[in-house]
Design a protein. Structure first.
Length: 562
């Protein structure tokens, strides 16, 4: 596609009959020439998404013929003229979005009675928003990401003047300095309103139950304000609601069961409040839910399995920093499209369900600071998209799975403060000790030198004791073969064949034999014997006292006759 370069030629000001100048989405540079103010018939001036700079030409705002002025997404400076609404009596559309415009919204704006769209977000506007009572045709009032408001009680009084704008659809006031309580008149705004965004301000008070009057509302954002009280159950009357963001406030009480009636809901974020009680299982009826964020509250009880059966959950589930108890349900495997799962800082217990391996789209898994037990499931081998894996501060045991070194996208691996044991894999993420945390696991060994772990001791062709069978408490000894010796495999087969066919009262009983792959992916062969607690024959024939031995037992060599 052809892209225009350079500046706007001043000679265009000689095109006396020109009524439309449209050059959006190009690479225009420099200032808007004052010569364009000579275009007495100019109605539409559209130069959004360029690289224009300098100040807004004051004379351009004297062109009473202008219907639409769009200079959005440039580098323009200056202020909106104080007589804006008077000199632009025919103005219908005004966009200064994403520039460096400062100063106040002119009080005269309300005189531009044909105005239906004011798009002024991402600038440096300050002061209070003036009354807008004459803007009956207003559909879009977008002033987010400015410095409007002074944190005063009457900062939002202008909303009352908008109640007669019966076509209002979008109202974006987020990321400003608005203070005070939300006026009761908010419930009398246009029934055509589909987005109400008040996030990142200093608004206080409660959410009025009459919010349910905004029947067509699809997005309701009040994040990071000072709202308190309970979440009104009447929100469930907003049948078209798709996004509900109440995070970062002081809401208390329980999550309304009625939220399960929001069949169109795609994103629900209630994190960082003072919510209590159980997570309602009724949320399992929100069959379009993509994001569920209830973290940083005081929620308790079990994780409802109904929620984990929502195959629509694709963006993420965050239930972290609560008081949740019980097991992680096997139904977690039904979230096969889930992007991230954060259950950290709860009181969950039991084993990590093997079904977690079905969640093949997971990019982040955080189970930090719970009471999970058992080994890291081998089924997690299928989670190849993981970029972050945090399992620290649990009671996990067994070895570190060798397959983790093959995870190409893994950038953070925290396994600290568990009871993991054995050799730490090498290669892959394990080559970078700065992104791997394994401290607080007493029985780990090996790994790269930066991990500062003891070397792994490999016992070759010796019986060695095993913390005891978890099944029945049987103590046993294992003879592990060093398979780096070329004849070790033949020796293993021969020994198994002999022991299978002989029995003798002076030969220790064989319990089992093992031949397979260990947790690092290496071949492993071992023979498991009944444990003899008096030591080996070699110890009695060739006894050598240990230095600094604390044992008081008197050892003697066996004589020839014995």
């Amino acid at each position: 596609m052809l892209s225009l370069l350079g500046g706007i030629p001043p000679s265009f000001g000689n095109l006396s009959l020109l009524d439309t100048f449209s050059a959006s989405k190009n690479n225009l540079l420099g200032k808007i020439p004052d010569e364009l103010c000579q275009l007495v018939n100019l109605k539409y001036f559209v130069v959004n998404e360029n690289n224009l700079s300098g100040t807004l030409p004051p004379c351009l705002f004297n062109r009473s013929s202008i219907v639409a002025l769009d200079v959005g997404t440039n580098h323009l400076e200056g202020k909106l003229p104080s007589l804006l609404g008077i000199t632009f009596p025919n103005l219908e559309f005004l966009s200064i979005y994403r520039n460096n415009v400062t100063g106040n919204i002119p009080v005269t704006l309300s005189n531009a009675t044909n105005l239906h769209s004011l798009i002024a977000g991402r600038n440096g506007l300050t002061g209070k928003v003036p009354p807008l009572g004459n803007l009956l045709k207003m559909r879009k009032f977008l002033v987010a990401f400015n410095y409007l408001g002074k944190g005063d009680d009457d900062d939002l009084s202008f909303l009352t003047t908008l109640v007669n704008a019966t076509s209002l659809e979008l109202l974006e006031l987020n990321t400003n300095n608005f203070g005070g309580v939300l006026p009761a008149s908010i419930s009398n705004l246009s029934t055509e309103l589909i987005e109400l965004s008040l996030s990142y301000n200093q608004i206080s008070g409660e959410i009025l139950r009459e919010i349910s009057n905004l029947k067509k509302l699809q997005s309701f954002f009040v994040a990071y304000n000072k709202f308190h009280g309970e979440i009104p159950s009447e929100i469930s009357d907003l049948k078209y609601l798709q996004e509900l963001a109440l995070l970062g406030n002081q809401f208390s009480g329980q999550i309304p069961i009625s939220l399960g009636n929001l069949a169109s809901l795609t994103k629900l974020s209630l994190r960082e409040n003072n919510l209590q009680g159980r997570i309602p299982s009724s949320l399992g009826k929100c069959h379009n839910l993509e994001l569920l964020d209830l973290g940083s509250n005081n929620l308790s009880g079990f994780i409802p399995s109904e929620i984990l059966e929502l195959s629509s959950l694709s963006e993420g589930v965050d239930l972290s920093q609560n008081q949740l108890t019980g097991f992680l349900p096997m139904e977690i495997g039904k979230l096969r499209n889930l992007g991230y799962l954060n259950l950290s800082d709860n009181k969950l217990q039991g084993q990590i369900p093997t079904s977690i391996g079905i969640c093949v789209k997971l990019e982040a898994l955080d189970l930090n600071n719970n009471n999970f037990q058992g080994s890291i499931p081998s089924t997690m081998n299928s989670l190849r998209d993981l970029g972050l894996l945090v399992l620290s501060h649990n009671n996990l045991s067994g070895g570190i799975p060798g397959f983790l070194k093959d995870f190409k996208f893994l950038q953070i691996l925290y396994l600290s403060s568990n009871t993991l044991e054995g050799a730490v894999p090498t290669g892959g993420i394990f080559s970078n000790a700065t992104v791997v945390s394994i401290i607080g696991n007493r029985y780990l060994c090996g790994g790269v030198p930066e991990l500062d772990l003891p070397a792994c001791v490999v016992e070759v062709n010796k019986e060695r004791k095993s913390g005891i069978s978890e099944h029945d408490g049987t103590v046993f000894a294992a003879k592990v073969l060093d398979l780096s010796h070329h004849a070790a495999s033949r020796s293993f087969l021969a020994e198994c064949e002999v022991l299978k066919n002989i029995r003798h009262r002076n030969l220790v009983n064989v319990l089992s034999a093992c031949s397979g792959i260990d947790y690092e992916g290496n071949e492993f062969k071992s023979i498991v014997y009944e444990y003899m607690d008096k030591g080996s024959l070699q110890d009695w024939l060739h006894f050598t006292p240990q230095e600094n031995s604390e044992s008081q037992e008197e050892h003697k060599k066996l004589g020839f006759i014995q």
